[in-house]
Design a protein around this ligand. Structure first.
Ligand code: B12
Ligand code: SF4
Ligand code: SF4
Length: 374
């Protein structure tokens, strides 16, 4: 969750002479920690942030309450870093590639199988994998600061949960541009990147913002099955399959179920079709290698998973976020969209499930499948 911090007594004049030396040390530390990309952004409020309150006001965050967290003055925490962390002078933005040499969701067509998004196959939850590395960089930064300045130094590391719209700072740190699908894309690495940020009271030398290289392309907007990308750079979470399969609790709005296809956790489509991911390199980090069975998983396996098996298979995995209930609900929807009538007996069984969100989606899936001509 976002925090509000008291301004630390740091005198920018005191640190400026060491700025370039410290910047070099930080950059080296990000490499040593295993990040693929890193850059420095000023902690100022960037122009893109003015869209954030509009986005919240339009209800685009759906039920994600943490996105709507307010500070003591009643303002949205994430709308202004200058307000919520006035002591911060620089944001160190780090990115790590999580891509592996496995197919894209747009390349697999077995109707008995579903899709778990690429980022969630890994052995470690990315929050842990990224935070561990950020802490290493943070420690190097703290060590590099002269002893007399250390009492005035404040640093905070975040992956997702800080009061920071990470992609905006990633752009200004030169890590990548914000694509029309709203993801950060790097010219060499593509967009299979996790981001992490370190806020610091130090003034470090900022990088140049990454230029937008989407050009006239609109592939992601056209490929999105639920029309969740309302316009370039504008995503409605309520319609996004990633939100529906991971964040949405209870049942899934009926009108959106058909568009979900066979996605059971997250969605990669708007990145799979992006030309900048055509030659995306594989990650060097071993912890992003997939767990067995998660690349293009069997839908029946997921739908029939006992509580015990769910615990075993997904121990320490980001998939725990949707819980067993969410995963089985999503698998039921996916079976309904599969056109594969072999799922009818299993859906019959799930239609009587004690979990309402599962039984509701299974009943819908049965009807859809029975009427399917595939
Ligand atoms: C909430 C959230 C979601 C939500 C909402 C996504 C969204 N687009 O906002 C949901 C659940 C849908 C989601 C899905 C995914 N997420 Co997410 N998510 C977040 C989180 C926690 C906050 C994002 C946020 O603040 N959104 C608010 C909106 C307003 O911001 P935005 O869409 O980025 O919009 C900015 C720009 O578009 C900009 N803008 C720029 N130019 C223009 C021009 C105009 C005209 C306008 C209007 C706006 C505009 O304005 C906005 C800022 O105010 C971040 C972590 C973090 N703390 O930042 C991770 C994060 C963005 N997610 C991430 C990932 C990996 C994903 C998924 C790929 C997971 C998956 N495979 O299912 C999908 C991708 C879907 C997509 N196309 O974005 C990564 C992205 C890495 C990257 N390369 O960009 C992040 C950074 C997590 C991390 N630490 O690595 N996510
Ligand atoms: S993640 Fe999927 S549903 Fe969400 S915007 Fe991208 S293609 Fe659309
Ligand atoms: S698919 Fe095209 S428009 Fe969409 S993010 Fe990639 S380059 Fe940009």
């Amino acid at each position: 969750m976002g925090d509000t911090f008291v301004q630390a007594k740091v005198s920018p004049a005191m640190v400026r002479p060491q700025m370039s030396e410290l910047t070099k040390i930080v950059k080296r530390a990000t490499e040593e920690a295993g990040f693929d990309l890193a850059g420095i952004a000023p902690a100022a409020d960037a122009a893109e942030l003015k869209h954030f309150p509009e986005w919240i006001a339009a209800g685009r965050a759906g039920e994600m309450k943490y996105m709507q967290a307010l500070d003591d003055q009643g303002d949205l925490k994430r709308a202004s870093l200058a307000r919520v962390a006035p002591w911060a002078r620089s944001v160190v933005v780090c990115a790590i590639n999580y891509n592996t040499t496995n197919p894209y969701s747009t390349e697999v067509h077995d109707s008995s199988r579903g899709w778990i998004s690429r980022y969630a196959w890994s052995r470690d939850d990315y929050h842990d994998a990224v935070l561990r590395r950020l802490k290493q960089v943070e420690a190097a930064l703290q060590q590099a600061v002269p002893a007399d300045l250390q009492p005035a130094l404040t640093t905070r590391s975040y992956v997702d949960t800080g009061p920071v719209v990470e992609r905006v700072y990633a752009k200004y740190a030169g890590v990548g541009w914000i694509g029309k699908n709203t993801c950060i894309i790097n010219q060499k690495k593509g967009s299979w990147l996790f981001l992490g940020v370190i806020l610091t009271s130090l003034e470090l030398a900022p990088d140049t913002p990454a230029p937008d290289r989407c050009g006239t392309c609109t592939r992601c907007i056209e490929a999105c099955p639920t029309d969740a990308i309302l316009a370039p750079y504008q995503l409605d979470s309520n319609k996004c399959i990633s939100y529906l399969t991971i964040e949405k609790r209870g049942s899934i709005p009926e009108g959106l179920r058909a568009g979900m296809g066979r996605q059971v956790f997250g969605c990669d489509i708007c990145q799979d079709v992006c030309p900048w991911n055509r030659k995306a390199p594989a990650s060097a980090a071993p912890e992003f290698e997939p767990r067995p069975g998660l690349v293009n998983p069997a839908l029946a396996w997921l739908a029939e998973m006992s509580a015990e098996e769910f615990r075993d298979v997904f121990r320490g995995s980001p998939i725990r976020r949707t819980k067993r209930s969410g995963l089985r609900r999503n698998a039921a929807v996916a079976m309904g969209n599969s056109g594969n009538k072999e799922f009818l007996p299993l859906l019959d069984q799930l239609a009587g499930d004690e979990d309402q969100s599962v039984s509701q989606c299974a009943r819908w899936a049965k009807t859809r499948l029975a009427g399917s001509t595939e």
